[in-house]
Design a protein around this ligand. Structure first.
Ligand SMILES: Nc1ncnc2c1ncn2[C@@H]1O[C@H](COP(=O)(O)O)[C@@H](OP(=O)(O)O)[C@H]1O
Ligand SMILES: [Mg+2]
Ligand SMILES: [Mg+2]
Ligand SMILES: [Mg+2]
Length: 348
């Protein structure tokens, strides 16, 4: 008998690996909320949604992107690039663990209309019950555009609990002590079955386990973009905790992956107080990878993240994640700082 969610795990690895092959183009469009989106974001979501539609036709999908701007597009040529890129990825040769039944491999081309419909299958509003996937086709788009870290993120949830999480990080060194060495990592977790790092090429699985708390090496992993998380709140927490190592600034859920493998002590995402609500696709896969590596992920009140509220995590109390034996200590200091800072409590 196979382990629970073996099929979903195998699928998610295959889909994320394939999506990682096409996130190399950076032509952009600015979305309604002023954030950038690239042809890579659209093509990766189209690819994964087409594969999902073949593999698990009844499952619902919460995807970051939608095709409204592409349908409205006049003469920008982006749509044609997306069709080209997505089809290149769809029709690529089958590798180990890939199945033609997933709508991939030679001869699997789709039309522009089919690809836009596929992108829009990610429009599920989310909820508390049933099977659902959440996709961030490129997380850390700003990092991607700077040639830095980004991640292709796919998570599978049942009744609002993440059961499978996969992150593909094409620019992440396999070993942080060799920053100029081989790059391209895949992180995979299944609830109750642990987490692993695999090379993007598919080789060398390493089980992940976070090292115990050590005050002398403890530090924070935080956003590069000051608009995404309050770096000044982190500074206050850091000095109250007596942390001496500087924070590691990195875009995307690669932060969760680095935490899971012991590169950094805590993932810290304190709200900037502007009423933003965190999106489920920005945390689902990464949070499971951290939990399965021996960490705890919560908001700044110590409550678990709730993936059953819809497309967002609801009112924003931030996200803090760290190894089990450091969580209570960190939470105490976080609460000391947030009690003194009204912006953290502002209602979204
Ligand atoms: N004001 C805000 N506060 C928190 N997160 C925000 C934000 N505006 C955008 N984001 C999210 O921050 C994500 C990137 O996180 P990070 O800073 O850790 O790299 C973005 O994902 P995308 O790049 O997928 O759009 C976006 O969803
Ligand atoms: Mg985005
Ligand atoms: Mg994102
Ligand atoms: Mg994204």
């Amino acid at each position: 008998m196979s382990l629970p969610f073996a099929a979903e795990k195998q699928f998610a690895i295959s889909a994320v690996r394939r999506a990682c092959t096409l996130t190399s183009s950076n032509e952009t469009l600015t979305k309604g909320d002023k954030s950038p989106v690239t042809v890579g974001d659209f093509s990766a979501q189209a690819l994964i949604n087409i594969m999902l539609h073949h593999a698990f036709p009844a499952d619902l999908i919460v995807g970051e992107e939608d095709a409204a701007d592409l349908r409205a597009e006049t003469g920008l040529g982006l749509r044609n690039r997306i069709v080209e890129l997505a089809n290149e990825a769809l029709t690529g040769e089958l590798g180990q663990g890939d199945y033609a039944e997933w709508g991939i491999g030679p001869g699997s081309e789709q039309t522009a209309e089919q690809l836009m419909d596929a992108i829009d299958r990610g429009n599920y509003q989310g909820g508390r019950s049933g099977r659902m996937w959440t996709i961030d086709p490129i997380d850390g788009t700003k990092g991607f555009l700077r040639g830095e870290q980004y991640a292709v993120c796919l998570a599978f949830l049942v009744d609002a609990k993440v059961q499978v999480g996969v992150l593909g990080c094409p620019n992440l060194p396999i070993d942080m002590s060799k920053p100029d060495g081989e790059k391209g990592c895949l992180f995979v977790a299944v609830r109750g079955q642990g987490a692993q790092q695999i090379k993007l090429s598919g080789a060398d699985p390493i089980p992940l386990s976070m090292p115990p708390y050590s005050p002398s090496t403890f530090n924070f992993l935080e956003s590069v973009e000051a608009a995404h998380a309050s770096l000044s709140t982190n500074d206050k927490i850091s000095s109250l905790m007596g942390i001496t190592r500087p924070p590691i600034r990195m875009d995307s859920q690669a932060k969760y992956a680095c935490l899971a493998r012991g590169d950094g002590g805590a993932y810290m995402r304190m709200p900037t107080g502007v009423g933003y609500r965190e999106k489920i696709w920005d945390h689902a896969a990464g949070s499971l990878i951290v939990e399965e590596s021996g960490g705890i992920v919560s908001n700044s009140r110590g409550e678990p993240l709730d993936f059953g509220l819809g497309r967002t995590l609801g009112e924003n109390y931030g996200v803090i994640a760290t190894v089990k034996d450091a969580h209570a200590r960190l939470l105490e200091v976080v609460q000391q700082v947030t009690a003194a800072d009204v912006s953290v409590h502002s209602k979204a």
